[in-house]
Design a protein around this ligand. Structure first.
Ligand code: SF4
Length: 342
């Protein structure tokens, strides 16, 4: 069982202390006896302990940086939402395939932003531009926000903010089971709480540092009982020897444990495993013993933006994944909606 995240080291930007949350977090970590250092910018944390890249990478994943979000221009977030809402960056998990390894490069530490009201004001502007249409905001594009929220409660505030909103909706996804503090948030059904689920084999070998399958299911049941609309992202769908049975067991467990009412408004998103050449190099450096199969010869090359293509599964394998997992959804959750397969 993975314990709730607790940083080994905290950095604070001086400007963060101008905000109540910044001061509150400083006091909290001081009381816990965690070492606190100052950093001029959350983008430039220097002198992380560690004698080599391998040690520094692991230390960074246990480091929390408390900062002020300066860029209030939101990225788009297709296909799951219109915009990414920036509440945190980085993650304490060690999923071997994680895209953050390449997107965050030399800054794998976890950043939390204390100017939450300014982020909400920016969200309000984006909503106004699209009115009367609704705008969906995705809170987990650059982090697993639930993994750190037991310390910051910024996600909880966002849930309550969108709970009051007429034109905005929130969604996020997590691999962590520490959801108790979110159960009493006044969400008003306007937040879709998603869990990233996978076959036990994938979680066991490729997702260290995250909650285990049964813990995630238990958390999903609590979230459903708290009345949140629920969703599951099955990602990355990964072909290993007994994958069909592994994924069948996943759907069967979900079916057996979820309360009936949660299956009426349930969404699924299916994402196959993919990798790029630069990602493969980083993964092999950070996790040299990984079981993750990344053989370019076995995959299909798909051209991508900025000339960096990705390796996905072959066409016939993709079809098989889609029919197999789509079949399980139909069988176990006939009322659920499959939002996309990619
Ligand atoms: Fe990456 Fe999500 Fe795993 Fe964190 S939990 S390491 S964000 S895949």
């Amino acid at each position: 069982m993975v314990k709730p995240f607790m940083p080994e080291l905290v950095y604070i930007e001086p400007r963060a202390l101008e905000y109540p949350l910044g001061r509150e977090l400083k006091e909290k970590f001081e009381d816990m006896g965690i070492e606190i250092r100052e950093t001029t910018s959350h983008n430039q944390v220097r002198n992380l302990p560690g004698e080599n890249d391998f040690q520094k990478y692991r230390m960074a994943k246990s480091t929390l940086v408390v900062g002020v979000r300066k860029t209030l221009k939101f990225d788009t977030s297709k296909p799951s939402a219109e915009y990414a809402i920036p509440l945190a960056t980085g993650c304490m998990g060690h999923c071997h395939y994680c895209y953050l390894q390449t997107t965050m490069g030399s800054k794998p530490y976890i950043r939390t932003y204390v100017n939450v009201d300014e982020v909400f004001d920016a969200a309000e502007q984006y909503m106004k531009e699209r009115m009367p249409e609704e705008t969906r905001f995705e809170a987990s594009c650059t982090s697993d926000i639930v993994g750190v929220d037991h310390l910051t409660h910024t996600l909880k505030r966002a849930i309550e903010y969108f709970g009051e909103s007429e034109h905005g909706r929130l969604r996020f996804v997590t691999k962590f089971a520490y959801v108790d503090h979110l159960l009493d948030a006044k969400h008003n059904g306007r937040t879709r709480f998603r869990f990233s689920m996978n076959a036990d084999y994938v979680i066991k070998y490729l997702e260290p540092g995250t909650s285990r399958l049964d813990e995630r299911i238990e958390a999903a049941v609590k979230v459903a009982e708290a009345g949140y609309p629920l969703g599951f992202i099955v990602a990355p769908i990964y072909l290993y020897d007994d994958w069909k049975e592994g994924y069948r067991i996943l759907f069967e467990k979900l079916h057996d444990q979820l309360p009936d009412h949660a299956t009426k408004d349930l969404t699924f998103e299916l994402i196959q495993h993919r990798f790029t050449k630069p990602a493969k190099r980083v993964i092999q450096k950070n996790y040299p013993m990984t079981k993750l199969e990344m053989d370019e010869e076995k995959r299909k090359y798909k051209w991508g933006r900025y000339g960096i293509g990705k390796y996905v599964y072959q066409k016939d394998e993709q079809e098989e994944m889609k029919t197999t997992l789509g079949g399980y959804i139909n069988q176990y959750f006939p009322e659920a909606q499959l939002e996309y397969f990619t």
